[in-house]
Design a protein around this ligand. Structure first.
Ligand SMILES: [Zn+2]
Length: 484
């Protein structure tokens, strides 16, 4: 049978990846892929277990003579993000991913490929099946729903894992080891609003749009503008010089994304239109200057609105809302003191939405230091309370503190140097990883994350570098032999 990946190395890994492409497996729909893992385990006479949420664990005995080595866990997530270009017809619930080879890369036709984390899963399957490898006792952990809720990692039962060393195969740059990640937690602010009965003014809309947005962790240090924060800045400044009545405000739509758009409906006295319009024009020009290096498409408009004519907020409610949005933190709050270039603490002013009698504001904060995360959330809560708002702060997920003295890191560095004749890069990321959660549940677990080179995950441009998959495999199997 001919294969898209004929001649690719290692064949066993690519065989499994090709099969994974035929099984729809977006977050929440991982059962079929879990069943495939189980079928591979049974064909290789390996013991397996499945937990309540659908995560699967497979155990493989050590090769003869290596029974006394410490257990090693290989871990990846079953689910993928389903994103497609608007001109592509694809049903992620039932269609196969159409992969194609483009030069040194494998990409899908207009959809996400699922190399994140399909290559990591395929590597585990290949290790399960390959009888020529040398290793100690192995466990293979396949978690569900990493991408939308970190559910699989969060729900692992104590005792599900026996090993004390974990190799997470969900990193995206060959030659880089990830040894830490940020914890994160949201703050949900509800500010009660009072309204006046009607306005004599005319309704206008101030809108900021065309900002780049991006991931609120990974991209928070890129100097991008937050449309909600900048809209609040413009309104706060205007409030000092003009009178207007705020009726509605909306901006941002995802907790983990930087807001790209925000708008406010204002009643103004028609005689003030010209003055207010030039005021906003000037205010936006200053913003443009500040962000010109990164926000080339950012723009604003101030136009008559024929939208939903809601009653205006009372002056007190309006001031409380604008002041609160103006003072809530957004962006990088601290850099890590030891790891160069790593953001330690940040917060994202993610969403504002006014309703008839209240405004809903969501901030999403991250830090690799639990105490700094706690303090950032306390700041947000204090600002909210000062404005008279109610604050809900649901439990977040824990970070993973980098351990530069980790014995596992030492071994992996030595193996990498021996194979590649160069030093690996060692770093941490300012986003959540399953290792943060697993580390909290299994204290003392020594963990490292690495993988092949995958570009643009979670987008239809996702692609995996073919040569890096082979290097990743050679390194992984050498590490297993060394630890065995
Ligand atoms: Zn992933």
């Amino acid at each position: 049978m001919s294969s898209t990946f004929d001649g690719f190395k290692p064949p066993l890994l690519w065989k499994h990846f090709e099969h994974i492409l035929t099984i729809p497996h977006c977050s929440g729909n991982e059962k079929a892929l879990g069943d495939y893992i189980i079928s591979v385990a049974e064909n290789s006479n390996l013991e397996w277990e499945k937990d309540k949420v659908g995560s699967v664990i497979v155990r493989k005995k050590a090769t003869a003579g290596h029974e006394h080595a410490e257990g090693v866990i290989l871990q990846g997530h079953l689910d993928m993000v389903g994103e497609k270009n608007s001109d592509v017809v694809h049903d992620f619930a039932k269609d196969e991913i159409q992969a194609e080879v483009k030069g040194e890369w494998v990409q899908a036709k207009g959809t996400t490929l699922g190399a994140d984390n399909g290559i990591g899963v395929a590597a585990s399957l290949a290790v399960m099946e390959d009888s020529t490898l040398t290793h100690g006792p192995l466990e293979f952990l396949f978690t569900v729903d990493e991408e939308t809720g970190l559910t699989g990692a969060t729900k692992i039962e104590p005792g599900f894992l026996k090993g004390k060393k974990l190799l997470n195969l969900d990193s995206e740059e060959e030659g880089e080891f990830t040894i830490g990640c940020a914890g994160g937690a949201d703050s949900e602010i509800t500010l009660a609003l009072k309204r006046n009965a009607g306005s004599s003014g005319e309704l206008f809309q101030l809108k900021l749009f065309g900002f780049r947005g991006g991931h609120s962790g990974i991209d928070i240090n890129q100097g991008r503008g937050n449309a909600v924060q900048l809209l609040a800045r413009m309104l706060w400044n205007a409030m000092k010089e003009f009178s207007f009545e705020l009726a509605r405000m909306e901006g941002g739509n995802k907790r983990n994304a930087i807001a790209r758009e925000a708008w406010a409906d204002l009643y103004i006295d028609p005689s003030q239109e010209q003055n207010l319009s030039s005021f906003f024009q000037e205010a936006f020009e200053k913003i443009n200057l500040e962000y010109k290096a990164v926000e080339k498409e950012a723009n604003f408009s101030f136009e008559k609105s024929d939208g939903n004519k809601e009653e205006p907020l009372t002056p007190e409610s309006q001031e409380a809302l604008i002041n609160l949005l103006f003072t809530l933190p957004h962006g990088v709050l601290a850099m890590h003191p030891e790891m160069e270039g790593l953001v330690e603490t940040s917060s994202n002013l993610a969403i504002i939405r006014t309703h008839q009698d209240h405004a809903e504001i969501i901030c999403s904060s991250r830090s690799s230091e639990a105490s700094a995360l706690k303090s950032t959330r306390a700041t947000i809560a204090t600002l909210g309370k000062q404005a008279g708002a109610e604050i809900n702060q649901p439990e977040g997920y824990p970070g993973w503190m980098p351990n530069l003295q980790s014995p596992l890191l030492k071994t992996l560095k030595e193996v990498y140097q021996k194979i590649s004749q160069k030093e690996p890069e060692v770093g941490a990321i300012h986003a959540g990883l399953e290792c943060g959660i697993i580390g909290e549940k299994f204290p003392g677990m020594d963990m490292i994350s690495f993988g092949p080179t995958i570009e643009h995950p979670h987008s239809p441009e996702e692609r995996v570098h073919v040569g890096s998959v082979d290097k990743f495999w050679i390194f992984l199997t050498a590490v297993l032999a060394e630890l065995g």
